[in-house]
Design a protein around this ligand. Structure first.
Ligand code: ACO
Ligand code: ZN
Length: 174
């Protein structure tokens, strides 16, 4: 309930005035807006129940960015997976980045970076050992973003995407 503080980032924008962008937890009412951003910005679409189950299971790391009219302009969602470490039988908690996107007209002002850093802090509640993600090998914008957060390429997943494109599997020790 009201314990969580919104994060305000200043949005220095193309209209030459400063509008506040708010980054906060996603609510059930936000899902429609999240899906809209996903459908505009990414070829991977998911059914409503998929978003809903991520929200139900990992609500604190499901975050949205809203413009001054309250419109959803970006989101990030994660899930937590328990799986064996590569080099031992020890089980590890992996924070798996499911999806992140920011509407084109709001890009390159730090919104994705804010979404990432806020949600990664929230994920620590789940005692994450490692953050992991897949990204298209051609998606240099996103690859740059992840590199900026010190993710490194662990390996390539061949033909990971439906259209046959390969993915970089990138990881970062928590
Ligand atoms: N050129 C080069 N690097 C870029 C660019 C760009 N146009 N845009 C972002 N970056 C990198 C830079 O390292 C940047 O840091 P810098 O500005 O200090 O150089 C860093 O990302 C952070 O930039 P932000 O402004 O925070 O990123 P933005 O809010 O623009 O969002 C995102 C980046 C999410 C990748 C956006 O371009 C987008 O929505 N793309 C389409 C959706 C997508 O590809 N999502 C990732 C799919 S993979 C997955 O979801 C697991
Ligand atoms: Zn994945």
């Amino acid at each position: 309930m009201g314990t969580e503080k919104d994060t305000r980032t200043n949005y220095f924008n193309i209209f030459n005035d400063k509008k506040p962008i708010v980054v906060r937890r996603c609510s059930l009412e936000d899902l429609e807006g999240v899906i809209e951003v996903n459908e505009k910005e990414l070829p991977e679409d998911y059914p409503y129940f998929f978003y809903k189950s991520i929200l139900d299971n990992y609500p604190e790391s499901f975050q949205v960015a809203c413009n001054s009219n309250g419109k959803i302009i970006g989101y990030i969602m994660w899930r937590v997976e328990r799986s064996p470490a590569i080099s031992s039988l020890k089980l590890m908690n992996k924070g798996h980045l499911v999806s992140i996107a920011v509407l084109k007209s709001y890009r390159r002002v730090g919104i994705a970076a804010t979404l990432l850093s806020n949600s990664m802090k929230k994920l620590k509640k789940h005692k994450i050992d490692e953050f992991v993600l897949e990204v298209r090998v051609s998606n240099y914008l996103a690859i740059n973003l992840y590199k900026k957060f010190n993710f490194t390429t662990h390996n390539i997943k061949e033909k990971y995407y439906r259209d046959g494109e390969n993915a970089y599997y990138m990881t970062l020790k928590a």
